[in-house]
Design a protein around this ligand. Structure first.
Ligand SMILES: [Zn+2]
Length: 259
């Protein structure tokens, strides 16, 4: 019987590393921000928020929070990304959401919660803005624009988690792997990732052999290369064509809510 130690084994096995620095998404006036959640705020609100943030570096396989732990910080990744992982006793862990530079970690704090429901595991290392929970609540109280965006991002994350449940139940491993790679690209703006079959199997809730077969098929179609643990996306358009419909649906939900 596998246990929830599977996730920790995957973490120690190397998890996933972003091998290319993301391109800046911001204007020349704020090149250091590069988090889309922050970038969308009006200038005054954005400056206030950044004034209460501190820069931190997310380490590969770092656990930012565990289920039931106190909710101390919100995070706004500018590089790399974080997996939201559900844990059930006596079962392998399972990724149910992903947060990168398009969003933020710590929605529960905005909803008044003081503990964390999911494990937050860093998959792509890199720079990140961090803010204390109390400071973030103060900023929310002071900024209608921040509250509106927070509500909309919470909707996007809910949609993503709901989709992940249906995806796991009804979609095949190959299309799910393609979706996962596309989402990772979106979150980190990188084309290459260092990862193991064991880690991917854990994230997607499937057996390792299933990942081996699915990755082999994507490689034979010329969509990816996967050699000695380094996976590179060669044909993003082709990957979109074979990804399950959840990928396009997630993008659509994001655009609808956040533009
Ligand atoms: Zn799907």
């Amino acid at each position: 019987m596998r246990t929830d130690g599977t996730a920790r084994e995957a973490e120690s096995a190397g998890a996933l590393r972003v091998s290319a620095a993301p391109a800046s998404l911001t204007g020349a006036d704020l090149p250091e921000v590069r988090n889309q959640f922050i970038d969308r705020l009006p200038r005054r609100d954005r400056d206030r928020l950044l004034g209460a943030c501190e820069p931190v570096h997310l380490e590969l396989s770092e656990v930012l929070s565990t289920r039931g732990s106190p909710a101390r910080h919100v995070h706004f990744p500018t590089e790399g990304f974080v997996s939201l992982v559900a844990e059930l006793e006596h079962h392998p862990s399972l990724e149910v959401g992903m947060v990168g530079r398009e969003g933020m970690l710590g929605v529960g704090i905005a909803l008044g919660m003081t503990t964390v429901p999911l494990r937050a595991l860093v998959q792509g290392p890199g720079a990140c803005w961090r803010m204390g929970a109390a400071s973030f609540r103060r900023e929310l109280a002071a900024s209608a624009a921040l509250r509106r965006q927070m509500d909309r991002y919470a909707y996007v994350l809910m949609a993503q988690m709901a989709a992940s449940a249906a995806c796991l139940r009804f979609h095949l491993i190959g299309p799910r792997l393609a979706r996962w790679l596309l989402m990772s690209q979106d979150c980190a703006s990188a084309n290459s990732f260092r990862l193991t079959h064991e880690f991917l199997a854990c994230m997607l809730g499937v057996r390792r052999v299933g990942i081996t077969v699915a990755a082999g098929q994507l490689q034979r179609r010329g969509l990816i290369t996967y050699h000695r643990g380094l996976l590179s996306v060669l044909d993003r358009t082709g990957l979109e064509a074979v990804a399950c419909s959840c990928y396009a649906a997630g993008r659509s939900a994001y655009r609808e809510a956040l533009g």
